[in-house]
Design a protein around this ligand. Structure first.
Ligand code: GDP
Length: 435
């Protein structure tokens, strides 16, 4: 695979983000692009992510580790905007090390400002989803929303607290006391044991301590040496806490605008935003999803695309390519370069419907409406011809069947963007680069 040209030796700060509901294939794009970046940073979210990467080491669903971890010499950073389940991260590091990936404080840095996702955040997430029953959010139940909630309430612990055992103990005592008061009366659960939580922090904290540092300093040094930085998002634009389909959002910001803040370089300007879009739609969890396909049509698309959660194994909800939601996502992200993934998944279809507009209360609209209106929106389809042949081996846009080229060009016209990358398979080299 040839290197991605960045335009001379200028250092470049790029964010790579999801345009839709998440699961767009960001992991494979970061794995591909990271060749040209010496630093890869995760800037939000926690181990609810599942970035799938297939390379010479095998197939991995990365939950917390940045996707640059496989490239020798790449610096990987978990930024201040992330939340970290210590036990989970230790397990993930160990799994990759066993597969032959080298991970050490030389190539992995964890922000001292990242928040610790405690076991009771996970328990709270699970108990709340169970309490809600049929009305649940469809959370990954990994404690992400409770820990971000506690962060906003200024209650939880930062990774840097691990270096100060006395104040950590005091802070933990107050936190456990507060959680017991809240969770005990809300869910009638067993009291959280202070000793158990302290032991958990000691066990996993001691493994991770060598990795914890002021990552802003690491990044500033890297930039001053002319290194290129890639900021890697989790989820997609429609899951943004402020601008997404609230309340069916994540509890953090997957937007490129937040990337510098969540990375540890709050005042840096991005040079480029690579937006990853899937050639059809998928969505995990509850909330409005226009054009959702059920029955045999949905099953066929889900099977063809292997649409099962990388973190949880849950079947994903599927729909045809939603150009209304995608255009909105591109605007929210300010994406300059678009990567269209999973084109090969559509290869079996004789004709391919796309959602070019919504109908709300009898009126056709092409702008993504407020969440409150989404439940009433019906898809308006345009049907494009299929190509019905294998395309995963193709590396040049002109070599794609005409119908596949037309699908991309139609999307470009509707979205008003240039689609620079067309991914035709999950593996590193299964990609077409245009322009
Ligand atoms: P992410 O969270 O955005 O990284 O997305 P996921 O990793 O959850 O989901 C993307 C899935 O699609 C993974 O299983 C990838 O290996 C796979 N994938 C990515 N790009 C392509 C592609 O172009 N074709 C096919 N067939 N699979 C792809």
């Amino acid at each position: 695979v040839s290197a991605v040209p960045l335009g001379g030796n200028h250092m470049s700060v790029t964010a790579i983000v999801g345009i839709n509901w998440g699961d767009e294939g960001k992991g494979r794009m970061v794995d591909y692009l990271s060749e040209s970046y010496e630093v890869v940073v995760r800037y939000q979210g926690g181990n609810n992510a599942g970035h799938t990467v297939i390379n010479e080491f095998g197939k991995f669903a990365l939950n917390l580790l940045p996707s640059g971890i496989f490239r020798p010499g790449t610096i990987n950073i978990l930024g201040p905007g992330t939340v970290i389940d210590l036990e989970h991260l230790c397990g993930e590091i160990e799994r990759l090390q066993k597969a032959g990936v080298s991970i050490s404080p030389e190539n992995l840095y964890i922000s001292d400002r990242a928040m610790i996702c405690m076991p009771f955040h996970r328990w709270q997430d699970q108990m709340e989803e169970d309490r809600l029953g049929a009305a649940q959010y469809g959370s990954t139940r990994r404690g992400i929303s409770p820990v971000y909630g506690d962060k906003a309430m200024k209650k939880t612990l930062q990774m840097g607290d691990l270096f100060y055992p006395e104040s950590l103990h005091e802070h933990l005592y107050r936190l456990v006391d507060w959680k017991n008061a809240l969770l005990g009366s809300a869910y009638h659960c067993e009291a959280i044991s202070m000793e158990q939580m302290q032991a958990w922090l000691d066990t996993y904290g001691s493994v991770l301590k060598p990795y914890i540092t002021d990552v802003g300093q690491v990044l500033r040094e890297a930039l001053s040496c002319g290194k290129n930085v890639l900021m890697e998002a989790q989820l997609g634009a429609l899951r943004d806490l402020d601008y997404g389909i609230y309340p069916y959002t994540s509890s953090s910001s997957p937007l490129a605008g937040y990337a510098p803040i969540g990375c540890g370089l709050p005042s840096i300007k991005l040079d480029k935003v690579v937006g990853v879009v899937k050639a059809y739609s998928s969505c995990v969890g509850a909330g409005p999803f226009v054009g959702e396909l059920d029955g045999a049509e949905g099953d066929a698309l889900r099977e063809a695309g292997g649409e099962y959660g990388a973190a949880t194994g849950r079947p994903r909800r599927v729909a045809y390519f939603d150009l209304v939601a995608t255009k909105h996502g591109i605007e929210l992200q300010g994406a300059s370069d678009i990567a269209l993934t999973k084109m090969d998944v559509l290869s079996h279809m004789p004709s391919i419907p796309v959602i070019r507009a919504y109908k709300v209360d009898g009126k056709e609209i092409t702008r993504f409406p407020a969440t409150q209106l989404l439940d009433r929106a019906e898809p308006v389809y345009e049907t494009l011809p299929g190509w019905q042949c294998e395309i995963s081996h193709i590396r040049k846009f002109e070599d794609l069947p005409q119908a596949a080229q037309d699908y991309v060009l139609y999307a470009e016209r509707q979205l008003g963007v240039f689609i620079k990358y067309v991914s035709v398979g999950p593996e590193r080299e299964q990609i077409i680069i245009r322009g």
